[in-house]
Design a binder for this molecule. Structure first.
Ligand code: XIL
Length: 447
């Protein structure tokens, strides 16, 4: 390498470095804007702000004065990646100022205009009395999935409920996905969880047309082989959890809406009209002590459908087929069915001397898709409906009491928006784990 080469190399390096510097210098960060304050509560709120090009993170600061000298711990300077942030554990009825600054390495944007937020007065906060503490004569259940057994979910589960139901992981398509091969991984996990936390577990559901695996729908063998397969499935599953599970929904939703007939399922087709009775017999043979339930929806208002179920109960009782209880799913709405209707149908079942489980309670506030957010009026209406339901359940004969199960924790985890194809807020907690009025409605139903 001669001097000329060295000079060229030097010039090249110089050009390259200054080019890098230019690149650094050319990066600018626009000023963020806080465009929304949501979930305003007595002790928390959430901000949403514009995403800034080139920003790697955002510094969030909270203060009680506009010039940000009185910073609020631990929110003096929080660095976050998302374009929203939730403050918790704040003072009720307190004015705060919040600002956001975009960051790229050492570079900082101009801070956003400070947003002034006043938290609500404490009266607006719903009491956090645990449901299981006030429901002395029956269990309070929650629908769960294995993915949500930790963190805040776990804390709330432990505090509020003393029974769980698997939302979908103890159905046939999950537990018996392919012929000859059972998969109890998720079911085991849920049963272990219940035991570790001193909760009962309600098994749900052995036979359900909507969770039947394809291989069963398309079963290649004879009807006799089909029946043997179902017997094996029920006995394998029930005996696996013998002594660990308090109850099973043996058959779910076997009755048609409004026409008094059995639903036309592969089980009816392959095993005949007494397939329900057979399933209950097999479950009883596998575990003499587990409580056996028939579970269905609309029973609290569809008189024809309930009539068919009442006939089924009579038939079971006449023929000594084991049946311990009936589950009313209770997927209802803020505006119906009426309290009188629910009470009447409830009595028709408890008069038969069986247990009654309100097994999947949720209360739609938007069945007609006429609201785009949960309004205060609907939140109160939902609360009132929950109070009615709990009053009715609490008043049934002690010998019929079993449990009242809520079908999910947070509004955004509910199956309802999916099922009805539009937004709803059907549960007791909002998406930020705040307790809703519906929860207070439950407490008031027991007063
Ligand atoms: C629903 C679950 O909530 C969903 O997550 C799942 O995808 C489908 O099943 N009646 C029942 C419940 O008995 O098992 C259903 O649960 C809701 C209707």
């Amino acid at each position: 390498m001669n001097t000329k080469h060295i000079l060229v190399l030097f010039a090249f390096l110089l050009a390259f470095t200054s080019c890098e510097e230019n690149k650094e210098r050319s990066i600018t960060l626009a000023q963020p804007e806080i465009y929304n304050v949501t979930n305003l509560k007595a002790n928390s709120f959430k901000i949403e702000y514009t995403q800034i090009v080139n920003a790697q993170s955002y510094e969030i600061s909270l203060a009680t004065d506009e010039s940000f000298t009185e910073l609020v711990s631990p929110y003096e300077s929080v660095s976050v990646k998302d374009d929203n942030y939730s403050f918790t554990d704040l003072q009720a009825n307190q004015t705060y100022y919040v600002r956001v600054t975009a960051e790229y390495q050492e570079l900082r944007s101009e801070s956003s205009v400070a947003e002034k937020v006043t938290t609500l007065v404490a009266d607006d906060v719903e009491p956090d009395t645990a449901l299981k503490e006030v429901a002395e004569s029956f269990h309070v259940g929650m629908a769960v999935i294995t993915e949500r057994l930790n963190g805040t979910h776990h804390e709330i589960y432990q505090r509020e409920y003393n029974q769980i139901t698997a939302e979908w992981e103890m159905k046939m398509n999950i537990m018996y996905p392919t012929e000859g091969r059972y998969d109890f991984t998720a079911a085991d996990q849920l049963v272990d969880y219940a035991e570790a936390n001193g909760m009962r577990i309600h098994g749900h559901a052995l036979i359900w047309h909507a969770a039947t695996p394809t291989w069963v729908e398309d079963f290649a063998g004879t009807d006799e082989e089909f029946e043997t397969m179902v017997e094996d499935y029920i006995k394998t599953t029930v005996s696996r959890y013998k002594g660990r599970i308090v109850s099973w929904d043996v058959v779910n939703e076997a009755v048609n809406d409004s026409n008094g007939e059995l639903r036309n399922t592969v089980f009816l087709q392959r095993m005949g009209a007494d397939y329900i009775q057979k399933c209950f017999q097999w479950a009883r043979e596998a575990d003499p002590d587990v409580l056996l339930f028939y579970n269905d929806y609309n029973l609290c208002w569809d008189q024809t459908k309930l009539g068919t179920v009442l006939n089924l109960i009579d038939d079971f009782q006449t023929n000594n087929v084991p049946l311990d209880g009936v589950g009313f799913q209770m997927h209802i709405s803020y505006n119906g069915p009426s309290k009188a209707r629910i009470a009447e149908n409830t009595k028709l079942v408890t008069d038969k001397g069986v247990l009654l489980h309100y097994s999947e309670l949720d209360v739609k506030v938007n069945p007609d898709n006429d609201i785009s957010e949960l309004t205060e009026e609907r939140a109160f209406a939902q609360k009132d409906k929950v109070t009615e339901v709990v009053e009715i359940y609490n008043a049934i004969p002690e010998g019929s009491k079993f449990a009242l199960t809520i079908w999910g924790l947070r509004d955004n985890e509910s199956w309802i928006p999916n099922q009805q194809g539009h937004a709803d807020w059907a549960l007791f907690y909002d998406e930020d784990f705040n307790i809703k009025k519906a929860h207070t409605g439950f407490l008031e139903g027991l007063e």
